[in-house]
Design a protein around this ligand. Structure first.
Ligand code: IMP
Length: 205
């Protein structure tokens, strides 16, 4: 007899990331459930010094709180002319509690006068998958591009209106969700964590 699909918690409180991940994660044998299904799982302080540390912290905490395997991502925008900033501090670049608009405005100010060729940047995403017994695996995805001189587009979230992927003409916020999801850092990280997920799915059959 076939076992029921194994539930894997997607540990993010960010609805944009949750939607993107949900669109990318479909595997027979696995059922991805949002962390919001587990109200007792409290928030996690993202105080790690690396994306990997934060992704692991979020996934470990969700696995411990739910007794299920959990997957979490941590993402940063790394801008070459700023020595890799905002990086792991991308969510609070303009200060604790800052909005996407505040962060984007600070980024534009920091790059004032920097010519287009020197506005190189990359989104880097680390996904961690943790079991309640503490076992973990991580995978990374990256997409390179440039920071625009003004926001473009109304879709996406975060720094998307300022990010022009290499080889493209549209900012991430000008792309449809499907287009962004097909080339994004998050997609690349999901692709790289897939073997670990497939192994779990195979164990269910
Ligand atoms: P975190 O992974 O939730 O810590 O994300 C850090 C910050 O990076 C978010 O607050 C967003 O501003 C930004 N971010 C994460 N993923 C994306 C993305 O796919 N596009 C644009 N900005 C993003």
């Amino acid at each position: 007899m076939k076992s029921p699909p194994e539930k894997i918690v997607v540990a993010t409180a960010n609805r944009h990331k949750a939607a993107e991940l949900a669109a990318m994660l479909a595997l027979p044998g696995l059922e991805f459930v949002p962390l919001s299904d587990f109200p007792a799982a409290g928030p996690v302080e993202e105080d790690g010094l690396t994306l990997e540390e934060n992704a692991l912290k979020k996934a470990r905490s969700a696995a411990a709180a739910t007794g299920l395997r959990a997957l979490a991502d941590d993402t940063g925008l790394e801008v070459e002319a700023l020595g890799g900033a905002p990086g792991v501090y991308s969510a609070r670049y303009a200060g604790e509690g800052s909005s996407y608009a505040d962060n984007n405005a600070k980024l534009l100010r920091a790059l004032e006068g920097v010519p287009f060729e020197a506005r190189k940047a990359a989104f880097r995403c680390v996904i961690a998958l943790c079991s309640p017994d503490g076992a973990s695996v991580t995978a990374e995805g990256r997409v390179a591009g440039r920071i625009l001189e003004a926001p473009r587009g109304a879709d996406g979230f975060g720094y998307d209106p300022l990010f022009l992927p290499d080889g493209g003409r549209a900012s991430f916020a000008e792309l449809s969700a499907e287009e962004k999801n097909s080339i994004s850092h998050r997609r690349a990280a999901v692709r790289n964590i897939l073997p670990a997920l497939e192994k779990i799915a195979d164990e269910q059959v």
